[in-house]
Design a protein around this ligand. Structure first.
Ligand SMILES: [Zn+2]
Length: 464
């Protein structure tokens, strides 16, 4: 935005004087830059409050005797009525023309309607910041942290409400997308406005447990007992080669062994606490949104739960299926520990040989090696089925030759960021809805879709 520099300079001079005076009256022995900064921030905040009030009162303009009501009827001028809003500068009280007396029973303040203000509520600018705190920190912790940034207090409940409102917008967007992609004409509409699609598109799915626990009497009436529910998390993403100069020490090692190192980019996370069937619709919908229905090659990398492969086969029968390399190889490590508890040499040799077989996609050899350990390790016995059922999903040499990612780090990290780093934070207590919408809001942030939610949030008062 362009501002009138001369006016800004004038204001700055006056502000400097105001701050200087205020500091003098404090009669502090030593004044450091931090004190000056803080005094300026506080006065700027005060200026923000009164400037916002002036702005809205100026914008109110001339009073008219009658205006049109949204219902088509007529609203009559009543008086200038006071209203409050909670802005990024704190509480602002302003007066604006108020019209009422329409047959429909509704009243209206044109300036509120014009700027999307909900009197008595938080502005979209403040809502954005509260929700940003709420997806990153426990609500009460966020409240304390926000005070340092905003220089005024908000309640824990306000932080929670605004965070969940943002997540609710993501839920609505998901619901609409599901509806649109379940219906033939919706899909055809999408076909007509085709965006470029990556050549190889990846998908991953996983789930993590979340404790659902009613917070108060009202919630207890609905869901009385504490339960653990699966938060299902999915991600669509692309792969790219990590350039030499950006490689970490670990990646440099890997590059020497394997030639290239791949990483994920453009991650699109989505999540829900829902039955697999319903979650499948979301998988399909969010996939269609980025062209998964048109990509040349689709690759799914997952940890191997049956419900996950079932969804993939149902929606994307032609996709390449890969069992996450780290899950497959970690199981070998656990088998070796169980089978050779006392001999680290034997354990090491077995593990190296079998891991190499797995790395080369010789799953038959892996199965034979496990068969030989059947008597020594119950995990080895159980794993016969695991490696047997997933044989074609473990042809790692082929997958690597084709240039595919083989690890599902993206989805592990997604579950960690949503569940471990937010839903399970100390002080977190969730009802079902709260957990779902907070997770969805965080997933939107992780996917770079936050600004879409902020834009939808600022339109919210106009929709009601
Ligand atoms: Zn009306």
């Amino acid at each position: 935005m362009k501002y009138n520099i001369e006016k800004i300079n004038e204001i700055s001079k006056v502000l400097a004087e105001v701050v200087e005076e205020a500091i003098k009256t404090e009669s502090q022995a030593e004044v450091l830059i931090g004190d000056v900064e803080m005094a300026m921030r506080e006065s700027l905040r005060e200026i923000g409050c009164s400037a916002l009030k002036c702005f809205l009162e100026n914008a109110d303009g001339e009073v008219e005797a009658e205006i049109e009501c949204a219902c088509g009827g007529k609203l009559k001028y009543q008086r200038r009525r006071e209203a409050t809003l909670w802005s990024v500068f704190d509480k602002v009280v302003y007066k604006r023309a108020y019209y009422a007396d329409c047959a429909c029973g509704k009243g209206c303040a044109p300036v509120d309607r014009r700027y999307g203000i909900e009197p008595g509520k938080v502005t979209s600018g403040l809502a954005h910041l509260l929700a940003l705190s709420g997806i990153n920190k426990a609500f009460d912790d966020g409240r304390k942290w926000l005070k340092e940034f905003l220089l005024f207090e908000v309640s824990e409940n306000t932080v929670r409400a605004e965070t969940q409102k943002m997540g609710e917008l993501q839920r609505q967007a998901d619901t609409e997308l599901v509806k649109e992609t379940q219906d033939e004409s919706g899909l055809q509409r999408r076909e007509r406005n085709q965006q470029p699609v990556p050549d190889i598109l990846y998908g991953s799915i996983d789930a993590a447990k979340v404790r659902i626990e009613p917070r108060d009497e009202k919630e207890k009436a609905v869901e009385n007992r504490e339960t653990w529910r699966d938060l299902k998390v999915g991600c669509w993403y692309e792969g790219e080669i990590v350039p030499n100069r950006q490689q970490s020490v670990r990646q440099k090692d890997k590059a020497q062994r394997e030639g290239v190192v791949l990483r994920a980019k453009n991650q699109q996370y989505f999540c829900d606490i829902e039955k697999a069937e319903q979650f499948g619709k979301l998988l399909w919908a969010r996939g269609c949104a980025i062209g998964a229905d048109r990509a040349r090659i689709l690759v799914f990398i997952c940890d191997g739960a049956v419900w996950i492969w079932n969804l993939i086969v149902y929606y994307f029968p032609n996709a390449i299926q890969i069992v996450d390399w780290y899950h497959a190889t970690d199981r070998l490590k656990r088998i070796a520990e169980e089978a050779f508890p006392n001999s680290s040499g034997e354990r090491q040799t077995w593990l190296e040989n079998v891991s190499e077989d797995l790395w080369q996609g010789r799953v038959e050899s892996v199965i034979e090696a496990c068969q030989l350990l059947e008597k020594k390790s119950s995990l080895a016995k159980q794993s016969l089925l695991y490696y047997g059922n997933n044989m074609e999903r473990m042809r790692y040499a082929q997958f690597r030759a084709a240039g595919y990612l083989i690890g599902s780090g993206v989805i592990e990290s997604g579950c960690k960021q949503i569940v471990t780093q937010r839903l399970k934070l100390p002080g977190a207590q969730w009802n079902l809805d709260g957990a779902i919408v907070t997770a969805k809001a965080r997933a939107a942030w992780m996917s770079g879709n936050w600004q879409k939610l902020v834009a939808a949030r600022s339109l919210l008062p106009l929709a009601t």
